[in-house]
Write a protein that binds this ligand. Sequence first.
Ligand code: PTJ
Length: 258
Amino acid sequence: MSDEVDVPESHPRYEQLLTRHRIEAGVEKGLTHRQGLIAEGRGEAFDYLVGERTIPSAEEAERAAAAHLLLADHPVLSVNGNVAALVPEEVVELADAVDADLEVNLFNRTDERMQAIADHLREHGAEEVKGLDADGRIPGLDHERATVDADGIADADVVVVPLEDGDRAEALGEMGKIEIVIDLNPMSRSAQVAAVPIVDNVIRAVPNIADHARELRDAPESELRRIIEEFDAEDHLEAAEEAIRSGELGSSIGASKG
Ligand code: PTJ
């Protein structure tokens, strides 16, 4: 990213400062909603509590997510203002690795933000970005997240839903879609209803899923199905909550106090 923050990588809070800078830049560029700053603060608090690392059960969830995406007929990655600001290149790489569509889907939907995010994803290598046609609808929702593309999320069998509140996640489940939710709060409604909840920071989760997908690309279907069957969503949510409650904090925590 050209406007990256000027902090040495050796700084113990490098990742956190970089993340903050990206969200701030996202707001300035009209990609991220101001509420995205609040969501980021909430995410940071949970990340602090899981030790700012990918916990082992999240690693398993990321592998299961990769297996689902590789088996899918029509996988779609949903992109909001925070995801566009934090991991634009990584989300495009994941879409390439699993042959998924990218679709912009916003809670605070405006034509300007939809267009700005689609342009931003194209600047980071996306060829096609869905979401602008808005000719489909998720039944049972009375806000803008219900607006989708008929040949995008409406038609998908597997949807990756990072960082959002729970009601769309629930409605997508009711449409029979397999949902992969990335959310640092294991108690959030979206994590609770997901087939694969991933309690990890989107900045670690998205590239990790892509790495697993590249590694599993030539695996037999039976191996992908085994990975999916062995993954237990409830166990992962419990493990994540346990990591938070037991306070196994990571190495940068001491440095980030204060
Ligand atoms: O771009 P829009 O208009 O679609 O709006 C997007 C936001 C994020 C503003 C909107 O979806 C929102 O307000 O979300 P919430 O209800 O604040 O939920 C965000 C969830 O994501 C919370 O559970 C946070 O803990 C979690 N979260 C925040 N940052 C991260 C995260 N999870 C993973 N990685 C993060 N970096």
